[in-house]
Design a protein. Structure first.
Length: 115
């Protein structure tokens, strides 16, 4: 009798584990779909507010600084959604935005004092 009870408990536990695993997979699929949908909306908004040369510049920068491009794109999307961007942003305007956002490079000079 104890073996039957133990087997029943094992089956129940296995069933709960399988259900939990299926729920986790479904949640991961929903999150992935939401992420894809967000990226698609972001891409469409950027297409509306950036000229082709500005988009090309962002894609070039993405190769070396993907986190910076992600930050800029998110800010541009937020500005566009709030109605603070009038017209399209061209390459020169994007360069100015990049100059403002990019950290200033420090120039270090070493002077030797001779005795």
């Amino acid at each position: 009798m104890a073996d039957e009870e133990l087997e029943l408990l094992r089956r129940q536990r296995m069933q709960r584990l399988l259900q939990a695993q299926m729920q986790a997979q479904m949640e991961a699929q929903r999150e992935e779909e939401a992420r894809r949908e967000f990226e698609e909306r972001k891409r469409l908004i950027l297409r509306q507010i950036l000229t082709s040369s500005a988009r090309e510049r962002l894609n070039t920068i993405r190769m070396t600084r993907p986190e910076l491009v992600e930050q800029i794109e998110n800010q541009l999307v937020l500005l566009a959604q709030s109605g603070r961007i009038k017209g399209m942003i061209n390459d020169e305007q994007l360069k100015e935005i990049l100059r403002q956002i990019m950290p200033r490079k420090r120039e270090i000079t070493i002077r030797r004092i001779s005795k």
